[in-house]
Ligand binder design. Structure first.
Ligand code: UTP
Length: 302
C-alpha cells in the first residue's frame, strides 16, 4: 500500500447545537468567516495537500452544502451580463469538478466514528484523510499538507495534535506519547474526553487525521465509547502497537475551534484582520471599541 493520500472524508452530519437557532436551517459548515463558508477553508486546505476526492457524510437539512458546491448558471450569467468578472473568478473556488465530490448520508447520529464508517465503500483499501471543517487552522503551510508530508515518512495513522489547557482536556481525545518533543510523536495510548485527573497528558487531537483503512474495519464492531457514541478515537487507538502505528503530529499553525461560539468569534476577528481590503477600517473599529470609555451596546443574555 502506498502512503499517497487522495481522498478526504468530511463528516458534517452533526446538529451543530451550539449554534442554534442559526443551525436550525443553515448547516454549521456554511457559516462564513468574513465571506467564505467554513467548509471552503477545509476544501482549500485539502486541495493544497493533494486531495482529489471529497466525501461528505451529511444528514437531513444539509442541502445548502450540496448547493454550495454545485454550479449556479443563473447567478453566473447575471455576473457575466454585469461584467463582474472578478466575482466569477471568486465562484471558481466552489467548483468541484464532476465526480470529485460525493455525499453519503449518516441516517442516525451515532458519533464521529460511525460517520466516517458510513464512507467506507467510497474509501476502499487506501489511506484517507478526515477533516472536521469546524476546526479552522491558520498556517503558512496548510495543516493537512504538513501532515501528508510527515505521513510519507511514517505511514500508519496520524492525528493532528496540540497542547490544550489542562482544564479543557475533557473536550478532546487526549494522547499519551513517547516523546512529546518530536514533530511526529509516537502514540502509546489515546483516550476520548477524559476527566482532567485521568488524562495522560494535555496533548489533544484536533480535526485532521490521516488513517489506514484498517481503522474502518475496526469500526465494523460498532463498539460505543465515551458519551455512548461510536468513537473514531477508539478505532484509531486499536492500531497502537500494530504494524500501522499511530502518530500525533504537532502541526505548525493556529487552530480556531469554530464549532464553539467563542472560537468562531476569535476566528472572525483573526481572518478579518488578515484581509488587506478590510484591515484598516476593522482595526480602527476594534481599537476604539476596546477602549473602556467607548459606550457598548447593552449586554444581551440568551
Ligand atoms: P461535534 O461534536 O462538534 O457535534 O461533532 P456537532 O453536532 O457538529 O456540534 P454541537 O456539539 O452539537 O454544537 C464533531 C464533528 O463530527 C461530525 C459533526 O458534523 C462535526 O463535524 N459528526 C458528529 C457527524 O458527522 N456525525 C455524528 O454522529 C457526530
Amino acid at each position: 500500500m502506498t502512503n499517497r493520500v487522495t481522498k478526504a472524508v468530511l463528516p458534517v452530519a452533526g446538529f451543530g447545537t451550539r449554534f442554534l437557532p442559526a443551525t436550525k436551517s443553515v448547516p454549521k459548515e456554511i457559516l462564513p468567516l468574513v465571506d467564505r463558508p467554513l467548509v471552503q477553508y477545509a476544501i482549500d486546505e485539502a486541495r493544497a495537500a493533494g486531495i482529489k476526492e471529497f466525501i461528505f457524510v451529511t444528514s437531513r437539512g444539509k442541502s445548502a452544502l450540496e448547493d454550495y458546491f454545485d454550479s449556479a448558471p443563473e447567478l453566473e450569467q447575471a455576473l457575466l451580463d454585469g461584467k463582474k468578472h472578478h466575482l466569477i473568478e471568486l465562484l471558481k473556488q466552489t467548483n468541484m469538478g464532476s465526480g470529485a465530490v460525493a455525499y453519503i448520508r449518516q441516517q442516525e447520529r451515532r458519533g464521529l466514528g460511525h460517520a466516517v464508517w458510513c464512507a467506507r465503500r467510497l474509501i476502499g483499501d487506501e489511506p484517507f484523510a478526515v477533516i472536521l471543517p469546524d476546526d479552522v487552522i491558520d498556517a503558512d503551510t496548510p495543516c493537512l499538507q504538513q501532515m501528508v508530508e510527515a505521513y510519507a515518512e511514517t505511514g500508519g495513522n496520524m492525528v493532528a495534535a496540540m497542547e490544550v489547557e489542562h482544564s479543557r482536556v475533557s473536550s478532546y481525545g487526549i494522547l499519551d506519547v513517547e516523546d512529546a518533543t518530536a514533530a511526529s510523536m509516537k502514540v502509546r495510548g489515546m483516550v476520548e474526553k477524559p476527566q482532567p485527573e485521568d488524562a495522560p497528558s494535555d496533548m489533544a487531537v484536533i480535526g485532521r487525521y490521516i488513517l489506514s483503512p484498517q481503522v474502518l474495519t475496526n469500526l465494523d464492531s460498532m463498539d460505543t465509547g465515551a458519551g455512548g457514541e461510536i468513537q473514531l478515537t477508539d478505532a484509531i487507538a486499536a492500531e497502537i502497537g500494530r504494524s500501522n502505528n499511530v502518530y500525533g503530529y504537532r502541526f505548525k499553525g493556529r487552530r480556531f475551534d469554530c464549532g464553539s461560539k467563542s472560537g468562531y468569534l476569535q476566528a472572525t476577528v483573526a481572518f478579518g484582520m488578515a484581509r488587506e481590503d478590510l484591515r484598516e477600517e476593522f482595526e480602527e473599529f476594534l481599537r476604539g471599541y476596546l477602549q473602556v470609555d467607548v459606550p457598548k451596546p447593552a449586554m444581551r443574555a440568551v
